[in-house]
Write a new protein. Structure first.
Length: 220
């Protein structure tokens, strides 16, 4: 083979030149994407349970969801985070698993245990992992003047709307800081003396905080 190549140098040079040109053409036509369309075998289950502590979330919500989805075919491993008011369960599958069917199976399993979850638990949200949903930019905001409550309010009311108006921005999420809240300490002895229960106090507070329509105003 080497002897033939040496005997026909021009032909050999043309062949190698053609191979190099084909390589350059093929390389230039390769699709390039910052976030390629890849289906990752991961599903996240988000369940909200307002005012519940992380310990309550773990025992009343997270563990039940983990046990329910563990029997879904193709599950590789399950991880979870139980924080105040929310349970996040991540289910990772083997590569090649059809994620549309996996999401459907997950929803079926979660629906089956809905009756055993606390009454105030919101409907679980099942999300397929999409790299396009990953934040492109993260900004941290600190202030030596404003406290965490004021800083969060400024970010939500002023900075977030300004960023959302920028062309090309799909969504802006705010995390951190503190949300203004009112804490009520109950006198248990006086509750019993007045024949009241904690759920009745909660219902009374919820009823007092409803927004009612005040009608419409027409300019003539």
């Amino acid at each position: 083979m080497t002897e033939k190549a040496l005997n026909y140098p021009i032909t050999t040079l043309m062949i190698f030149t053609g191979i190099i040109l084909l390589g350059f053409i093929s390389f230039s036509k390769l699709p390039v994407s910052l976030l390629p369309d890849i289906e990752f075998p991961e599903i996240t289950i988000v369940t909200e349970y307002e005012n519940a502590s992380p310990k309550e979330i773990e025992h009343l919500v997270t563990k039940q969801i983990e046990e329910a989805v563990a029997s879904v075919s193709g599950v590789l491993d399950i991880s979870s985070v139980s924080s105040e008011g929310v349970s996040i369960v991540k289910v990772r599958f083997v590569w090649g698993k059809n994620m549309d069917f996996a999401a459907m199976e997950i929803r079926e399993k979660v629906d089956l245990i809905k009756g055993s979850l606390p009454q105030d638990v919101k409907k679980s949200i099942v999300l397929k992992y999409n790299p396009a949903d990953t934040p492109i930019m993260s900004l941290s905001i600190i202030s030596p003047v404003f406290n965490k409550i004021e800083l969060r309010r400024i970010v939500e009311k002023e900075i977030k709307p300004a960023i959302e108006r920028i062309d090309g921005v799909a969504a802006v999420n705010v995390t951190g800081g503190l949300v203004r809240e009112i804490k009520i300490n109950l006198d248990i002895a006086r509750l019993y003396a007045n024949n009241l229960s904690i759920p009745e106090i909660i219902d009374a507070l919820n009823f007092a905080n409803y927004n009612y329509p005040a009608g419409s105003i027409k300019k003539e």
